[in-house]
Ligand binder design. Structure first.
Ligand code: FAD
Length: 565
């Protein structure tokens, strides 16, 4: 069945046949490269159809490669609008686009709806399992060989092994999660409206809790507040006194990855709206109707009732990535470690991007600071011109890409020091204050800390990697990816550099907060309109753009639909 079904995908330069020698599973078929191709195109295997995978595909020149996408989800989801789906502000199908439609106009692109179960980077193949429900798990597994592997499988919700989370909480990661939450909210109201309930039971059912005060938790609380006080209040007026919306946060503030001003604005707005923010509380256990948590300040255990809990405390590693990391000796990390060209460390021709990956660059900066300290032989805090040059040469030898870093816009401070003409003057003591240089480096270091797990990072990485692949001619000479130009030892491709374009936090009641490039902060109604325009423009297709705008307009005119489907 699998062979017949798949063979339709592979015309042209590839053939498909069952490989009896495969040790993955007795029945697994292997999608192989053609053994004797005249002009075989290299196969890029992309795992995942999310932000990173789709952004990679959209910019890739697919005429140069044979591209195969493997993902259990045959559509792309615009995740920033998932909280809006929970409240019915936008419909689920308005923020999804079929992956087949996205690649419709591209040549040489195949898609298989399957989960990657195992990555074998030594033999350059992955084991996949179709997701179709009617298939018997394991019986229809197949293997796909690759020349280049692009891993973009994202991450999964992290429960931190807290008891009861899997059983009693909702996550907000996938489109199904958002739809389940939407149904669950209506269920809570309908149950609370049953005539025989006590006040306590009603109050418990209408106690909505979000664990996690990051952007997702905060946006969900804001959407829920709008749904309740703009729409449900008209349908269930008697139940309004029983409604409670609570955000539990382990840190001291909500939205703590945003500028402090935004964090304070959000807290004050939530206070005005009656959304209770409990900061400094660590959840110990989730029970069927209650949350057990510990207040950090008093050390006391507190019980909070709940009718529904959304767990949104961060992300964890997907099993297939954890297994792969074990194989390649990266077991102590949360995400796959790559270099600045997104190549997975310790593997050939394997790239990782988006939430499942992390770029390692910290060591470089620590090393650079250390080299400068060593160069300061007499510990005077200053270097002579000769010492400085020696140090710089030693850094360049070890890290040829250092100049590229230093030239980045946000490293002007460092450049100022390097460009100081005195620094290069021979002889006398100078000039370069080691402490000052280290201070400048620490600023750089702060910029280069692990990148946030956001769509923005994933999309930029996808675009960057496809640009590298598009420069195919150069890749042919050294096909493992970025080239080293002989002689001066520098990479021909620039390393990936993240450009932060700002971030939004919609806070409900037609108000939003935004952190914009250049340390600008904007809050209020006008920011909400900026949010509408940015999110409409960022949609993956004209269809979803039109649907999202239509849903927003529909909500303005008719309100949200609270029917339980
Ligand atoms: P994903 O987009 O999660 O895609 C992973 C893909 O891999 C999926 O297609 C999945 O089906 C597939 N996959 C999973 N397992 C396998 C497997 N075994 N084999 C093959 N394929 C597999 N970021 C922002 O920048 N701004 C925001 O406003 C914002 N809001 C968010 C709101 C919510 C509710 C959530 C959940 C996230 C939000 N994010 C936001 C974060 C953003 O969605 C993620 O950072 C982004 O999705 C990461 O992209 P990715 O491609 O790495 O992973």
């Amino acid at each position: 069945l699998a062979i017949t079904a798949m063979s339709g995908y592979f015309g042209g330069s590839c053939v498909l046949y069952a490989d009896a020698s495969s040790n993955a599973s007795p029945t697994a078929v292997t999608i192989k490269e053609c053994s004797n191709p005249v002009d075989r195109k290299k196969r890029i295997l992309v795992l995942g159809s999310g932000w990173a995978g789709v952004s990679f595909l959209k910019s890739l020149d697919c005429t140069l490669y044979d591209v195969h996408i493997i993902s259990p989800r045959n559509f792309f989801v615009f995740t920033p609008l998932l909280p809006s789906v929970t409240a019915g502000t936008v419909e689920a199908r308005s923020i999804t686009e079929s992956i087949r439609k996205i690649v419709l106009k591209k040549q040489n692109v195949k898609y298989s709806q399957a989960n990657c179960m195992n990555i074998d980077s030594v033999n350059r193949k992955v084991l996949c399992r179709p997701v179709a429900d009617y298939l018997e798990p394991g019986k229809n597994d197949f293997e796909v060989e690759y020349d280049y592997l692009v891993i973009a499988v994202g991450a999964q919700a992290n429960t931190f092994n807290t008891p009861g989370v899997e059983k009693y909480c909702h996550f907000l990661k996938e489109i199904e999660d958002a739809e389940k939450i939407r149904e669950s909210i209506v269920d809570c109201f309908e149950l609370a409206a049953l005539p025989y309930l006590t006040k306590e039971e009603r109050s418990q059912l209408l106690h909505f809790v979000t664990v996690g005060g990051g952007p997702t938790g905060v946006e969900f609380a804001a959407e829920l507040h709008d749904l309740v006080y703009e729409d449900l209040c008209k349908l269930y007026p008697d139940l309004m006194p029983f409604v409670n919306i609570v955000v539990i946060q382990s840190g001291d503030h909500i939205l703590n990855t945003f500028d402090q001003r935004i964090s304070h604005f959000a807290e004050q707005k939530f206070q005005r709206d009656g959304i209770e923010v409990k900061t400094g509380c660590r959840v110990l256990e989730i029970q069927q109707n209650a949350i057990i948590m510990k207040e950090k300040s008093t050390g006391k255990k507190v019980e909070v009732p709940h009718g529904m809990v959304v767990w949104s405390t961060g992300i964890g590693t997907r099993p297939v990535i954890a297994q792969f990391m074990n194989q390649i000796g990266q077991h102590d990390r949360r995400a796959l470690v790559t270099d600045e060209w997104l190549r997975v460390k310790g593997c050939e021709n394997v790239y990782a991007l988006g939430d499942c990956a992390t770029i390692e660059q910290r060591k470089l900066l620590e090393d650079v600071a250390y080299i400068f300290t060593l160069a300061d032989k007499d510990n005077s805090g200053n270097l002579t011109a000769t010492e400085f040059k020696e140090a710089l040469d030693s850094i360049r030898e070890r890290y040829p890409q250092i100049d590229l870093y230093l030239k980045r816009q946000h490293m002007k401070d460092v450049m100022k020091i390097l460009d100081d003409p005195q620094t290069y003057g021979e002889g006398e003591r100078i000039l370069l204050d080691v402490e000052q240089f280290k201070k400048a480096l620490s600023k750089v270091d702060a910029q280069m800390k692990a990148l946030p797990a956001t769509a923005q990072v994933a999309a930029q990485q996808g675009e960057y990697l496809s640009r590298c692949f598009n420069r195919r001619k150069k890749c042919e000479v050294e096909p493992e990816g970025p080239l080293r130009v002989r002689g001066d030892g520098r990479h021909q491709f620039h390393p990936f550099v993240y450009k932060h374009l700002g971030q939004f936090a919609p806070l409900g009641g037609e108000q939003a907060a935004a952190e914009l490039p250049g340390d600008w902060v904007s809050v209020g109604r006008s920011t909400q309109w900026l949010w509408y325009s940015v999110y409409a423009s960022k949609q993956v297709s004209w269809r979803t753009r039109a649907l999202v705008i239509f849903d927003w307009s529909k909500r303005f005119i008719f309100g949200r639909d609270s029917s339980r489907m």
